[in-house]
Design a protein around this ligand. Structure first.
Ligand code: IVH
Length: 670
């Protein structure tokens, strides 16, 4: 078969499969039998396997997922992914509107009101209309590259279709799991003995952060877009609403509940209406987002810190339920922090069974005066850890005694210390405290760090007690013979554990740094360090000043990092780990070159321009990558209209081609 023939067949198969997909998913009316569909799909897979040169990222076969990854690469967001300010009451919403009206000196503001979707923020980069990269929000500056997983989500187009698609655009939106899909997934988990997910948001997060995209492909994820990141300004519609309509025209799903509302009264009515509709929607929402619709006004308002001044989230009230405190325990964490935890009689709060609630710290317990036996209001807001909101004093049993934090560590008996300015009490035992020691190793082995499967609480305690490990470097010296003698450990499990430890050696620099468990250095900061400093040596040797130059790293975190790597014992363990064979790949970043902002856009010019001859105008557009054609068609993106334009202008209206005045044109080329 000639290559040309193969390519044609591949194109044909892709078209057919895409058509069947839309009939099946969008219109609910399949046009072929499952068997026929499978046959086409397999043929395409086989051809692509035999002719890898013809594989493209928009092929429907990409939806199936691929070989597992070892970790996610960090991605730096060109335009930071911001968060939203919250209005906790109607009054705060009214104050927001008043503030904006004063700044803009206007009577009434047009807002776009839409549900606050309870999922995960995602950034989708389309270059030449093809989905090239998908990244999580991370800390807003640096996220994770989850492209392989996102390609498996059916409602996210692998290729945009339609007009006025810029050569480079970043779409922002929310990935979530519909309620129905969530229930079905948990049913599947129950049937196969897997752990169930606590709520749709967790299920969505867990599914999106799968290293094996073939697993993600089996999860019912969905998506709505609500905004954009990088986008060449001049080509942008004039308002958020119009932008959403344009994105919808490209095949991107937009939440149908969004609506333009005029002024604050209408905002409140929308909130009421949506709250009533909430249970009936097939996806979880936790409030309303109000955005100033007009882009020019948004720009005038700008940003404060990490949130835009032109938008606000009004959350639905938190969900609450009554329970009884069976006991108050004190947990010792990895950094020695003592956290009081209320053990509760199990209670349903917003669809989730809660048995523990954090009491945060000694100050909080004192402030709320929570005592054993108390009836309490338990509150859960979104993905926040459940907490005890308040005690129902009328139900307090006589003789209940106030809770006091211990003066010695409940695990190792070391004295506790209070740090000036912090409400946290810490065990002073350091790694001599079995709890801290265990938590530190547990963190090192955890999924988001070195990801050593099967190394849980009990196993770690056992290994420490038997003196088989002391530092994390000792893990890499364990062998099957020594392990298989342990209680509840046969040869097979010993082999599995050794294999899991071996597998963990291939990792990413960010995971490795995160695994050390430095105070205040979480995943996002570790990724930032990897992305900006690039190598372990550079991170270990960076001084506090250069660390503080990195976005989001302040003096305290800089000092913690420096302090950690100044300890000879920490340097030694790090070196031992590297010597044991822990490796990672060099860091990659994506470059989005915007030097040809009009590439892929087709222009027609008509009439005479005041500022320059038409030929020069064409040259200017070509320099920016635009295609110029002589006649209008439905494929034309823009018509530039000068004086005495003739019939083209009216034809453009019929063809729904956007018309640019000379002024628009000049601002575009500038
Ligand atoms: S707009 C700068 N619109 O809320 C604008 N965000 O607190 C920020 N979210 O990380 C995004 N629904 O994940 C926007 N309709 C919506 C949203 C929404 C949910 C999430 C988003 C973001 C977080 C900000």
């Amino acid at each position: 078969m000639s290559e040309e023939f193969i390519r044609e067949r591949i194109d044909e198969l892709r078209l057919a499969i895409n058509r069947h997909n839309s009939h099946y998913h969008q219109y609910d009316s399949p046009q072929v039998s499952d068997a026929e569909y499978d046959r086409l799909f397999r043929e395409l897979q086989e051809l692509e396997q035999a002719y890898p040169a013809f594989r493209t990222p928009d092929s429907p076969t990409e939806r199936m997922g691929a070989e597992p990854l070892k970790g996610f690469d960090p991605v730096s967001h060109e335009v930071p992914m911001l968060s939203l300010d919250n209005a906790l009451s109607d009054d705060e919403l009214i104050a927001f509107d008043k503030r904006l009206r004063e700044r803009l000196d206007t009577e009434r503001i047009e807002y776009l009101a839409e549900p606050k979707l309870d999922g995960l923020a995602i950034s989708l980069v389309y270059e030449h209309a093809i989905l090239l990269r998908a990244a999580t929000r991370g800390d807003g500056q640096v996220g994770e590259n989850v492209t392989r997983n996102v390609q498996t989500i059916r409602s996210i187009p692998l290729k945009l279709n339609g007009k006025k698609i810029p050569q480079f655009i970043e779409i922002r939106g929310e990935i979530f799991m519909p309620k129905k899909g969530f229930l079905a997934l948990n049913q599947r988990c129950r049937a196969t003995g897997m752990k169930e997910f606590a709520n749709p948001r967790n299920a969505a997060a867990g599914s999106l952060r799968q290293l094996d995209s073939r697993i993600t492909a089996t999860r019912p994820l969905d998506f709505f877009c609500y905004g954009h990141g990088v986008f060449v300004d001049q080509l942008r519609p004039k308002s958020h609403w119009k932008m959403l309509q344009l994105m919808r025209s490209w095949g991107l799903p937009v939440c149908p509940e969004g609506q333009i509302v005029q002024g604050i009264e209408a905002c409140r009515e929308y909130f009421q209406r949506l709250q009533e509709k909430r249970v009936a929607l097939d996806y979880e929402i936790d409030g309303v987002v109000y955005k100033v619709d007009n882009f020019a006004l948004q720009e005038r308002l700008g940003f404060i810190a990490r949130a835009p001044r032109w938008a606000i989230a009004r959350k639905f009230p938190a969900e609450e339920a009554l329970s009884v405190v069976a006991d108050i325990d004190v947990q010792v964490g990895r950094t020695g922090a003592l956290t009081p935890v209320a053990r509760l009689r199990p209670v349903e709060v917003g669809g989730v069974t809660v048995t523990n609630a954090t009491l945060h710290n000694a100050d909080e317990v004192r402030r709320k005066d929570v005592r054993k036996g108390d009836t309490v209001v338990v509150r859960r807001a979104g993905d926040v850890i459940p907490e005890v909101a308040r005690v129902v004093m009328e139900h307090r049993k006589p003789g209940a005694s106030p809770f006091a934090m211990p003066s010695r560590c409940p695990i190792c008996g070391s004295a506790v210390e209070t740090v000036a300015g912090e409400s946290t009490i810490r065990c002073s035992g350091g790694l001599a405290c079995p709890a801290q020691h265990r938590e530190m190793i547990k963190h090192f082995a955890s999924r988001k760090a070195m990801d050593i499967e099967g190394l849980g609480d009990k196993r770690i305690s056992q290994l420490i007690e038997r003196k088989m490990i002391d530092s994390v470097a000792d893990l890499y010296r364990l062998d099957v013979d020594r392990l298989k003698g342990l209680e509840r450990m046969g040869r097979k499990s010993a082999e599995n554990l050794v294999q899991a430890i071996e597998n963990s050696k291939k990792t990413t620099l960010a995971r490795f740094i995160h695994a050390f468990g430095l105070r205040d250095v979480g995943e996002a900061t570790a990724q930032l360090l990897e992305q900006r400093l690039g190598s372990l040596e550079a991170i270990m040797d960076a001084d506090e000043d250069s660390l503080m130059e990195l976005p989001g790293i302040g003096p305290v975190v800089a000092r913690n990092i420096r302090h950690f790597f100044d300890q000879p014992s920490n340097r030694k363990v790090t070196e031992q780990l590297v010597a044991a064979g822990i490796t990672w790949q060099a860091v990659r970043t994506i470059k989005d070159t915007l030097h040809q902002p009009l590439a892929g856009q087709s222009f027609v010019l008509t009439g005479t321009l005041d500022s320059m001859p038409r030929d020069q105008a064409k040259q200017e557009l070509k320099k920016l990558g635009a295609r110029i054609s002589a006649s209008l068609s439905s494929k034309t993106d823009y018509l530039v209209v000068g004086d005495n334009p003739g019939s083209k202008a009216s034809k453009a209206l019929d063809l729904d081609v956007e018309i640019l005045s000379e002024e628009d044109f000049l601002s575009l080329i500038r």
